[in-house]
Design a protein around this ligand. Structure first.
Ligand SMILES: [Fe+2]
Ligand SMILES: [Fe+2]
Length: 165
């Protein structure tokens, strides 16, 4: 996946909708509404925050595995419970505010774009740079992953073609 490109495309409410909302102010919702108009600075901060939360989730899940293997289930639970908050609360709320996730068609299109970029541009470039720097294990890993990403892209494209209108 390529969250970078996806997260940079954040929907804004059309001007008409903004006008309607201003004319008929609704009570303040308990949670922020999806796709609310946001300043460029806030959008950039949201992008950065979502990257941090997603990375923390992934990292803490790996840390939990280490703790479990080391025979420390309490520490494993601490990492896992914290990871859940990062993903299910922090990331999810930020993604909602950013309008990151849409309907199946939008999500598949975004996914195809991200996977294709990774498969065709990002990982091959990383592999070339790693090879040039003599980092052969990294070059091999980037190349293998780029093939996986191509398969992901193809699978999403097939799903998009099958999607009911
Ligand atoms: Fe992928
Ligand atoms: Fe967090």
């Amino acid at each position: 996946m390529n969250p970078l490109t996806r997260w940079s495309r954040i929907a804004a409410l059309p001007a008409v909708a903004v006008g309607l909302l201003a004319a008929h102010p609704a009570p303040r919702p308990a949670r922020p509404a999806a796709a609310a108009p946001l300043s460029a600075r806030t959008r950039a901060n949201l992008d950065q925050a979502m990257h941090g939360e997603a990375l923390a989730y992934a990292r803490y899940m790996l840390d939990a595995e280490v703790a479990r293997r080391a025979g420390d289930p309490a520490l494993a639970r601490l990492f896992q419970d914290t990871a859940r908050v990062e993903r299910l609360e922090h990331f999810a709320e930020e993604a909602r505010l950013a309008g990151l996730v849409g309907d199946n068609r939008k999500n598949l299109r975004d996914a195809i774009q991200g996977e294709s970029y990774e498969a065709g541009t990002m990982y091959p470039g990383f592999a070339r740079q790693a090879r040039a720097a003599g980092d052969t294990a990294a070059a091999k890993l980037f190349t293998e992953i780029s093939r996986d990403e191509a398969r992901h892209s193809a699978a999403f494209a097939a799903a998009l073609r099958k999607l009911k209108p």
